[in-house]
Design a protein around this ligand. Structure first.
Ligand code: COA
Length: 339
């Protein structure tokens, strides 16, 4: 037998053994996947039936507690308290189970499963989302800077507005995926991105003319400022994310809950004046546009439409931010040592 053939046969034997091992591992993998999918179905259907049973039970508890003895009332109160905590626990469980997509995700992506099944992958998705936001914000900041200081072409403004439309549409998608994965993003911020996408779309269609030129610099300066504030906001939010992850991962914590809270408060009190200034700038834009729309030579519908969008953005941003801060202050006073 020639020497080369011997080498080939030897090599083939090794490969064949490795391949058989791979087949076995893959078979095991498929078996586990099937087991996982059975467990997922089991958990989801149990959660569903628990929910409906708890609803019935809480009505029964209400009925029973009317006119019950003191001892029985205490037992019923105990059950009631436990019933109230269950929805939170179900919510946490569902974050690790495949969920049906909401209307928006079903329309855009179809019925594909977007639930990430481990804490690690949820964190990395959120981390990647924050990095994407920061990266795009820096690009938009530089673009607005260039349009404001160096150029005066309508087509460059159009590219900026197109970039904004694309950016906000992408955010709505990513945020819907984050919400499916258990993020507590308030509905307003998602709605804010729909309105901002619409606003940028309307700005894109605003024809070049005297009125456009009058508002152009104010809009570019606002865009510059907003992107600057968003950079600060991204820094604050990814800081919160890293610290929360460190808190969750370490048993022997060198980062404490109080440490996290004091960092969060420092960050928030630094950020808030910038945010509120931005909100009032939105109000100012809205007032300027409404005034402009009353001018006799104003024929463009884009003027009052942009004014309306800025007004909605101002109201939503201002009231939601106040509500978020009020909630944080309240929970800080109530339980100073917890998250
Ligand atoms: N966009 C996207 N996600 C947001 C968000 C926003 N504006 N504000 C909060 N979230 C997310 C958080 O990342 C968090 O997600 P998680 O559950 O996946 O961790 C969740 O919503 C809950 O956050 P919350 O604890 O309520 O707030 P926070 O401490 O992360 O941020 C503020 C608080 C006030 C800094 C933030 O809400 C904010 O920046 N608001 C102002 C935005 C604004 O007005 N922009 C226009 C500027 S001109």
């Amino acid at each position: 037998m020639p020497r080369d053939l011997g080498v080939v046969l030897e090599e083939w034997k090794c490969l064949e053994e490795e391949y058989q091992q791979l087949l076995e591992t893959h078979r095991l993998y498929l078996q586990k996947l099937e087991e996982i999918s059975k467990l997922q179905k089991n958990c989801s259907s149990t959660i569903l039936s628990q929910r409906s049973k708890l609803k019935d039970l809480s009505q029964l508890v209400k009925k029973c507690s009317k006119g019950s003895l003191e001892e029985d009332a205490k037992t019923l109160d105990g059950i009631n308290e436990k019933i109230k905590t269950r929805p939170n626990s179900f919510f946490e469980m569902e974050a690790f189970l495949p969920n049906k997509n909401g209307l928006y995700l079903s329309l855009v992506l179809g019925n594909v499963n977007v639930t990430l099944l481990s804490k690690q992958s949820k964190f990395s998705y959120k981390d990647e989302y924050e990095k994407f936001k920061l990266c795009l914000t820096v690009i938009l900041l530089l673009f607005s800077f260039m349009c404001y200081f160096f150029t005066n072409y309508r087509f460059l403004d159009a590219i900026l507005n197109f970039l904004l439309v694309w950016y906000y549409c992408t955010l709505t998608l990513r945020e819907s995926i984050l919400i499916t994965n258990g993020s507590r993003i308030k509905g307003w911020w998602v709605f804010h991105h729909y309105i901002s996408a619409f606003l940028s779309g309307v700005m894109l269609t605003w024809p070049d003319g005297d009125l456009y030129k009058t508002f152009r610099n104010q809009f570019l300066a606002y865009s510059l400022y907003q992107n600057f504030v968003q950079c600060l906001q991204c820094y604050y939010q990814s800081g919160c994310l890293y610290r929360l992850r460190a808190l969750g991962e370490r048993h022997n914590m060198d980062l404490t809950v109080e440490g996290f809270q004091s960092w969060m408060w420092k960050g928030l009190t630094f950020l808030l004046p910038f945010l509120f200034f931005g909100h009032f700038w939105q109000l100012f834009n809205s007032i300027s546009l409404f005034r402009m729309s009353r001018l006799p030579d104003c024929k463009e519908w884009q003027v009052w439409m942009c004014g309306l969008c800025f007004l909605i953005l101002f109201m939503g941003n201002f009231f939601t931010t106040v509500a978020v801060v009020r909630h944080k202050v309240k929970s800080r006073i109530r339980k100073p040592k917890s998250l």
